[in-house]
Design a protein around this ligand. Structure first.
Ligand SMILES: C[S@@+](CC[C@H](N)C(=O)[O-])C[C@H]1O[C@@H](n2cnc3c(N)ncnc32)[C@H](O)[C@@H]1O
Length: 251
């Protein structure tokens, strides 16, 4: 074999080795530092532009929507697209219920729930203090007393009390520690409490939302099962999203 052939073989081997290294899932360093469940997540170098490069149960986690896009959450045509009043009515709340709206954003859903729980309250949790400032402003502006803005962390919504219902609208897919978040939510859930997720339908390729901002029912169900929740029903009355209802697994 000539020197040139040797060199080609050597360079090809190095190239293949580097490709394999870059493409293989790596355990998330940051996760292992933050939590003992360090095999739950994987990080990949090559990933979607709208994701964070971290994978959970086969799906890539989406980037958090920044507070700079708060106005988008309040866009007028959202009422037609996402029918928020029908969603909150479908929750069949009791006046005394305590509802946690996790990943509340501007409180688009929180403020639609408050009139339905006059003897209870809404815990409006978000990661971004700027979102909570908006909720605080709207609370004072509209003289609403039964909403409590809460600054959560990446791994824990820091719920101060047990809840009848934990609602996540267009939010769960961007939790960067979904396992830890859901475990904390399940701990705070009353024995007969419910968890409701509203997500754009991942099964439907014609829904014009970025893939990582949609979730299939199959995926949601397996992720909820992993934290001890059982699927109760899916309400399919929305044009583009599914409303999935879960309760604690009966032992
Ligand atoms: C797309 S917005 C939806 C807001 C609101 N649910 C709505 O439907 O108008 C998602 C929100 O989830 C929040 N979020 C993301 N990860 C979170 C976490 N781990 N804990 C609490 N909030 C989180 C983001 O800051 C953002 O405000």
């Amino acid at each position: 074999m000539t020197k040139a052939v040797h060199r080609i073989i050597l360079l090809t081997s190095i190239f293949i080795f580097l490709c394999a290294l870059l493409l293989s899932p790596m355990e998330a360093q940051s996760v292992s530092a933050a939590t003992p469940s360090n095999t739950v997540y994987q990080e990949r170098v090559f990933h979607s532009h709208s994701g964070i490069g971290k994978f959970y149960m086969g799906r890539e986690i989406a980037k958090v929507m920044g507070h700079q896009e708060a106005l988008w959450l309040e866009r007028p045509n959202r009422a037609i697209q996402e029918q928020p009043n029908q969603v909150v009515n479908a929750l069949a709340l009791k006046p005394t219920d305590v509802v946690a709206d996790i990943g509340a954003g501007t409180g688009y859903f929180s403020f639609r729930i408050t009139p339905l729980v006059p003897k209870g309250k809404v815990l409006a949790v978000d990661l971004q203090p700027e979102m909570l400032d908006i909720i605080e402003f709207l609370k004072k502006e509209n003289n609403i007393t039964n909403v409590e803005p809460i600054l959560g962390s990446l791994t824990d919504p820091d719920l101060p009390t047990s809840v009848d219902l934990a609602l996540m609208v267009d939010a769960y897919h961007e939790f960067s520690y979904p396992r830890e978040m859901m475990q904390a939510i399940v701990r705070a859930l009353k024995p007969d409490g419910r968890v409701v997720l509203v997500e754009y339908r991942g099964e439907n390729p014609f829904i014009a939302i970025k893939a990582l901002h949609k979730m299939s029912q199959k995926q949601v169900r397996q992720e909820m099962q992993a934290v001890g929740l059982q699927w109760l029903e899916t309400k399919n009355f929305l044009p583009q999203q599914h409303v999935m209802v879960f309760g604690k697994q009966q032992t």
